[in-house]
Every structure is written in structure tokens, then in C-alpha cells.
Design a protein around this ligand. Structure first.
Ligand SMILES: [Zn+2]
Ligand SMILES: [Zn+2]
Length: 424
């Protein structure tokens, strides 16, 4: 078997792992786009003519661990010879996103091409082991800031590889899902390919989504009028805020736009939690009556950085005569986007968050595995041959975790136990 880490050994995002059998079957785990630096558009060598075709030559299947853009970004450019696979709920959520993107002039063409490609996708089923050529793939559900994320157990040439994708144990179902994976790991694992986003970041205990929900209730108790900025694709986070609002005051109005409501409906289908009473904001229709209720009972409104939301927010504050000083703005994303000295700084987002002189609070927890969760999984898997860390900054190292495992950490090309590992 050959394992090629095309990207990820020294970068977060743009993930691509190839697994090839000696019999000639070639599959990819993720085909992600490089992440942008702050407001700059992302540079990706795979955009240059021919590069993607070279990479995909002979690849029969691509398995996406989840829908984040750094794992799924080139789907429209993949030829019909290669079959692309993702979970069914992920597929619905990406379709909703791309349909929404068609409304923006500059994104419309790209989004339509993506929708056409998504129609050809196949949905894999959690825990169902399927044979592709002489490789077997079993998707294992995990918790991440993208719902319906999966790890993959790959059997090839008598060896077993576990590719974690992005994961964490501090989201809803995080511990339970890792426990199920632990049970499966009673099988032998030869190579573990694991995400290491947090390896280069400071040690800090990460709160879980339940604690975040409780903190959100405290904030809602203090503020009648609340805007929340979080990802419309982050099911756990939407859930945390919706549950917090429902627990805090049943009468408080929960407001989203139509796109966010579509995503919440998709999430609701896969959940037993009650996502009721969410009002889809549309200023020109029934909103007049809703504004009165928002003023009377208070509200929590999901927002995004866009011209439409700027206008909606301004209209609400003006029409309902709400003083911005009485408003709480909860920023629930990565803090680096708002820090001028950080390479991820986004000036547009900063301006949006600071649009009014309201009270701003940061309430967030990472979508990625803590150092302890990484250590736990490495030691549970205790592979026979190698641990390969990916999705990490170059300075992030597994060595610092003092792993109690019997195999080496590999970040260089080598051949070990009949497995050829190539790090590009
Ligand atoms: Zn990622
Ligand atoms: Zn991700």
C-alpha cells in the first residue's frame, strides 16, 4: 500500500490524502481548497491548468470527511470518471449553501457548477463497510463543527488505516462517538492519520458545547436584544444558541434568515432536539408584526457579515427604536479573525462586528480536537506502524504530547512494514 500526504503536514486546510493499493486502486480522502489568509483570496496551486487532472489521474473515488471548504472545494472540477462520496446530511447542507450562493452575482456560476457536481455525489452510510476495487472503506461518524463529519477506516493490502479528518470530543455526542470508535479500534490499526490543528496553539481548557449553551443562557438573562454571529453550517453552535434561547425564555423571539432556517430544518431532521418557533426574517412581509413582538419579548437573531444583514440590523434598531447600548452582540467564531495582528484578520468582519456601539462578547469553543483528545485517540489506536499528523501548522508537533504508543510519528517519506509513505 502507498499513502501519499499531498497536503496537510505543515498546513491547516487544503487536505488531500491518497491511498493506493498494489493492485492499482487509488482513492482520496478529502480534496480540500487552501484556506485564505484573512481577507485575501486563497491561493491554490491546484487552480492552475492541468494540476488537478494530474493529481486525479487513476483516482476512482474521493471520500470527503465533511463539507468544510478546506476538505471539499474542487468538486465541480472533478471529472465524471471519479466518483465523489459524502454523508447524506452533509450533501443537503452543501446543496443549501450552494443554492444560497447562486443569489450572489460573483458566486453564481461557480455555485451552479458545484450543484451540478453534487447531483452526481454518492452518499455513504455510517458504519457501512463498502468495497471499492481492492480497498474497503468504513465511514465512522464523529463530532466536529461540521455536522455529519466522519473518520474513515480503510483496509488495503492487509493493512488498516484510520484517517480521522477533523474531530473533537467536546461537541454534542463527541465522547459517545469516540467511545464507539474505541470499540471498533479493538481491531488492529496499522497507520493512524490524525488532525493536529490545536498542536501549535496555547494550552487552554476548551469548554464543551453544553457549557457554552449554559454561558449563552447567562448572557441572554442579561440582555433582551441579542445578535449572534456564528457559522450557518455549524450545527452544534446553532443548536447551542437555539436551546439556550428556548430554555432562557420561551417567549423570546428566535430569528434567522431563510437560508439559516433551511439549514436548521436539515439539522432538525437528524436530531431529536426541538428546533421550534424560529422566525425567518423577511423585512418586506410579515415582519412588521414580528418587530412588535421582538421589541416586547426580546429577541435573539442569527446574523452574518453581509450587506443584507447590515440593512436588516439597522432597520430593526430604527423601526423598533432600540438603543444599540441595550444590545448584546455575541461573536461565536475564531477570535483570530478579529485581531488586527493575526494573519487571519478580516477587516470586513471586524467592521461588521463593530457596526454599532453595542456590547460585544466572544463566546466560542473550537471545532477541533484538544491536545488531550489527540493524545487519547493516538493511545487508543496505538498503531502497529505509524502515526502521521496532518491538518496542522509546521511548528505543531505530536512529540510534545509524550505519547504512550509503540510506533514512530512519521512526517517524512519512508517505507515501513511494506507501506510506502510519501509526504509531499
Ligand atoms: Zn479542516
Ligand atoms: Zn473542518
Amino acid at each position: 500500500m502507498k499513502i501519499i500526504i499531498h497536503r496537510g503536514i505543515d498546513q491547516i486546510g487544503g487536505c488531500i490524502t491518497e491511498i493506493a493499493s498494489y493492485g492499482g486502486t487509488k482513492i482520496l480522502i478529502d480534496l480540500g481548497h487552501n484556506l485564505p489568509d484573512g481577507d485575501k483570496s486563497s491561493i491554490d496551486s491546484l487552480e492552475s491548468p492541468g494540476s488537478l487532472d494530474d493529481l486525479l489521474s487513476g483516482v476512482s473515488h474521493i471520500f470527503y470527511s465533511h463539507y468544510h471548504n478546506d476538505h471539499l472545494g474542487f468538486e465541480a472540477k472533478v471529472s465524471t470518471k471519479t466518483i465523489q462520496h459524502i454523508g447524506a446530511l452533509s450533501l443537503s447542507m452543501v446543496r443549501n449553501l450552494r443554492s444560497h450562493m447562486t443569489k450572489a452575482k460573483d458566486l453564481c456560476k461557480e455555485a451552479q457548477a458545484s450543484l451540478a457536481a453534487l447531483n452526481r455525489f454518492q452518499a455513504y452510510i455510517s458504519y457501512k463497510r463498502v468495497q471499492y476495487g481492492d480497498i474497503f472503506v468504513t465511514p465512522l461518524p464523529v463530532s466536529h463543527s461540521a455536522i455529519d463529519a466522519h473518520m474513515f477506516l480503510i483496509e488495503c493490502d492487509g493493512k488498516i488505516v484510520l484517517h480521522t479528518g477533523d474531530f473533537r470530543d467536546h461537541g454534542y455526542r463527541g465522547e459517545e462517538l469516540l467511545q464507539r470508535i474505541n470499540d471498533l479500534l479493538k481491531l488492529r490499526v496499522d497507520v493512524l492519520i490524525i488532525e493536529g490543528t490545536m498542536l501549535a496553539r496555547a494550552d487552554k481548557r476548551m469548554i464543551n458545547e453544553v457549557e457554552l449553551q449554559d454561558q449563552a443562557i447567562d448572557l441572554l438573562n442579561r440582555s433582551k436584544y441579542v445578535f449572534v454571529l456564528c457559522s450557518s453550517m455549524d450545527a452544534d453552535r446553532l443548536t447551542s444558541f437555539i436551546m439556550a434561547a428556548q430554555r432562557q425564555n420561551k417567549k423570546r423571539r428566535i430569528i434567522a434568515d431563510r437560508y439559516q432556517v433551511q439549514q436548521i430544518i436539515a439539522i432538525k431532521k437528524a436530531s431529536s432536539k426541538p428546533y421550534n418557533g424560529i422566525f425567518a426574517y423577511n423585512y418586506y412581509n410579515e415582519t412588521r408584526i414580528e418587530l412588535d413582538r421582538m421589541k416586547r419579548y426580546g429577541f435573539m437573531m442569527f446574523v452574518r457579515n453581509s450587506k443584507t444583514f447590515e440593512k436588516n440590523i439597522d432597520d430593526i434598531l430604527t423601526e423598533a427604536a432600540i438603543n444599540p447600548h441595550d444590545v448584546l452582540f455575541i461573536y461565536s467564531q475564531f477570535m483570530g479573525y478579529l485581531l488586527k495582528e493575526h494573519k487571519a484578520f478580516k477587516i470586513d468582519l471586524y467592521n461588521f462586528v463593530h457596526r454599532h456601539e453595542w456590547n460585544i462578547v466572544h463566546l466560542h469553543t473550537s471545532g477541533h480536537a484538544s491536545k488531550e483528545a489527540i493524545k487519547t485517540l493516538c493511545e487508543l489506536a496505538n498503531p502497529t506502524t505509524a502515526i502521521i499528523p496532518i491538518h496542522k501548522e509546521g511548528r505543531g508537533s505530536l512529540q510534545t504530547l509524550n505519547l504512550n504508543v509503540d510506533c514512530p510519528i512519521i512526517e517524512y517519506s519512508t517505507v515501513v512494514n511494506d507501506i510506502e509513505i510519501i509526504i509531499k
